[in-house]
Design a protein around this ligand. Structure first.
Ligand SMILES: N[C@@H](CCC(=O)N[C@@H](CS)C(=O)NCC(=O)O)C(=O)O
Length: 212
């Protein structure tokens, strides 16, 4: 039985989609991503950063969304969500997940938490503006990478497509972000991923109101 520290709008939603796709039993442990709300001590004991997702199972615990994605896909190969270790597509799969995590997500962080990237409150608008530009740059890299492929890895669906979809749900006009139409290849994949029953189930609140 997996346990997932979970909150709406966060990267824990992508991990929940994976668990649904895998069909593994899991339990959600409610937490928060708000700066002024406390985190459960069990969560902080595993991830002192106070971020989600955090995953636990019999025999282990871990955090970092990309790492959890690789871990779950490798642990449940029968779900067919990732290329195996000797598959030529493995390199692009790993590259894309890590780029999502350290570049696209980092750009989002600049726009959602500019205080963490600015020395003084007066510098925060500058960090936020740079984050918006950085976000556009990193999405453009992904859009160009996809080119006219059907999925992130070419002609097969994978966990990288779920990760991509999750990241698109964080685009907010109110924060000055680009709109998804600027990245037509990304949008094409996101529009396919959202049709999956696992995504319809987990992302129902976002589907009803994308600015939720
Ligand atoms: N690199 C981490 C980042 C996770 C992250 O930023 N999670 C956000 C929600 S999407 C969070 O927990 N934010 C609350 C905070 O930063 O205090 C990962 O990919 O797991």
């Amino acid at each position: 039985m997996y346990k997932l520290f979970y909150t709406l709008k966060s990267a824990s939603m992508g991990v929940r989609v994976l668990l649904e796709e895998i069909g593994a039993p899991y339990e959600l442990l409610e937490t928060s991503v708000e700066s002024d709300k406390p985190r459960p001590s069990e969560q902080l004991a595993i991830n002192p950063n106070g971020w989600v997702p955090v995953l636990t199972w019999e025999g282990g615990t871990m955090y970092e969304c990309a790492a959890i994605t690789m871990f779950l896909c490798d642990r449940h190969p029968e779900a067919g969500l990732a290329p195996s270790i000797d598959d030529p597509a493995r390199a692009l799969y790993l590259q894309t997940l890590v780029y999502f995590s350290n570049s696209v997500q980092n750009a989002y962080q600049l726009t959602y938490y500019p205080d963490r990237f600015a020395d003084t409150p007066a510098d925060e608008p500058s960090a936020q503006r740079r984050g918006v530009r950085r976000l556009r740059e990193t999405w453009q890299v992904i859009d160009d990478q996809i080119c006219d492929n059907e999925w992130v890895l070419g002609n097969r669906f994978s966990a990288a497509d779920i990760y991509l979809f999750m990241l698109t749900t964080w685009l907010r006009k109110a924060r000055g972000h680009s709109v998804i139409n600027e990245f037509p290849n990304v949008k094409r994949i996101a529009d396919l991923v959202v049709k999956r029953p696992s995504v319809q189930f987990v992302y129902q609140p976002w589907i009803e109101n994308p600015e939720y």
